[in-house]
Design a protein around this ligand. Structure first.
Ligand SMILES: CCCCCCCCCCC/C=C/C(=O)SCCNC(=O)CCNC(=O)[C@H](O)C(C)(C)COP(=O)(O)OP(=O)(O)OC[C@H]1O[C@@H](n2cnc3c(N)ncnc32)[C@H](O)[C@@H]1OP(=O)(O)O
Length: 292
């Protein structure tokens, strides 16, 4: 979609994307194109599955975020695609959020690329006119939650899983477009509470505050999303897509206009010694935990 490509180019990312739409892609082309994703488009149903596939936890490194943005963009331009379902091939984990090993002691240039890739991943999913849904079959902290927030409909599995934006608990201030996406989904009051407290939610509470739309047994999560997708793609795409754009355009414009400012602020925060110490300590804890 021209609008997304314009935004992405405005963000200064995805320079490697082709300018022209690549229609008539085959099933195979998608399946074999990515290192950290499986992308399968069923030309009959016109629904694609974009499966996050970076074991052990689908933590989002810079390349994976670029791949997600590229795959979404390709599908967005494919006349054979009307809907994208994002799910995970890692049992019990949708995504563990940003790859903290890449954020720890990151060099400034690398961090800039990393952060622009996060902006691009979000804005590509958020801005596509194609229907997007998330099948959240496990944990979805921080950037895992951000992917889900960018979609049109979220179904989460019952179980001892967490979803939410825990940044302030980690001593890191929220940035504007993540805050906006959360408030657009859950409302001002829930946003004020959840984001200041850095709250993580179990599925039933996530449902109560509107962070997810449905909670079902794990084995029914993907089938439930597929059922809803079947309904949504029946709605005439032009009208539905334009309505979606109308609703989301302002947030997209804001992100585009303030992307550089966001990058500057986040570079200052994330590379500061106190936050680097927090990330280091967090990583150490995770290593200790997985050795136990
Ligand atoms: C601290 C910096 C925050 C920056 C905030 C910036 C604010 C701006 C806006 C927001 C942008 C988004 C920020 C983020 O996404 S920061 C990342 C936040 N993520 C988390 O806090 C989750 C961390 N992980 C977990 O809580 C658990 O792993 C999880 C519940 C997801 C799964 O638990 P489980 O017990 O099943 O699995 P393990 O913990 O044993 O993990 C398996 C292996 O995966 C590695 N792992 C997990 N998470 C990450 C990660 N985020 N980055 C890198 N690696 C990760 C873990 O170390 C295990 O590895 P090994 O098997 O090799 O030991």
């Amino acid at each position: 979609m021209a609008c997304i490509q314009k935004t992405l180019r405005g963000l200064g990312v995805l320079r490697q994307l082709p300018r022209e739409s690549t229609v008539n892609q085959t099933y195979c082309r998608y399946a074999s194109s990515y290192k950290y994703l499986q992308v399968d488009l069923d030309k009959k149903t016109k629904v694609a599955h974009l499966t996050l596939a970076r074991k052990p936890a689908n933590s989002l490194n810079c390349d994976m975020m670029k791949e997600i943005a590229m795959a979404t963009n390709e599908l967005d331009q494919d006349r054979d695609c009307k809907g994208i379902i994002i799910n995970s091939c890692v049992p019990n984990i949708f995504s563990a959020g940003l790859d903290l090993t890449e954020l720890y002691q990151a060099k400034e240039l690398f961090f800039q690329d990393f952060w622009r890739s996060l902006q691009a991943m979000f804005s590509t999913i958020y801005g596509t006119k194609v229907v997007t849904m998330a099948a959240i079959e496990g944990h979805a902290p921080a950037a895992g939650c951000i992917i889900a927030l960018a979609t049109d409909y979220r179904v989460m599995s019952e179980g001892k899983f967490n979803i939410g934006l825990n940044e302030s608990m980690l001593g890191i201030p929220m940035n504007f477009w993540v805050k906006d996406a959360f408030i657009a989904t859950c409302g001002q009051r829930e946003g004020e509470r959840a984001l200041q407290l850095g709250q993580m939610f179990i599925p039933s509470t996530a449902l109560q505050i509107g962070l997810v739309d449905e909670v079902v047994p794990q084995e029914l999560t993907l089938p439930t999303v597929q059922k809803h997708m079947k309904q949504w793609v029946k709605v005439p795409g032009g009208a539905r897509g334009l309505t979606k754009s109308l609703i989301r355009q302002q947030a997209m414009d804001n992100l585009k206009a303030k992307a550089d400012e966001d990058l500057l602020i986040m570079t200052r925060h994330m590379l500061s010694q106190p936050i680097q110490n927090t990330i280091g300590a967090y990583l150490e804890n995770m290593t200790k935990k997985s050795k136990r």
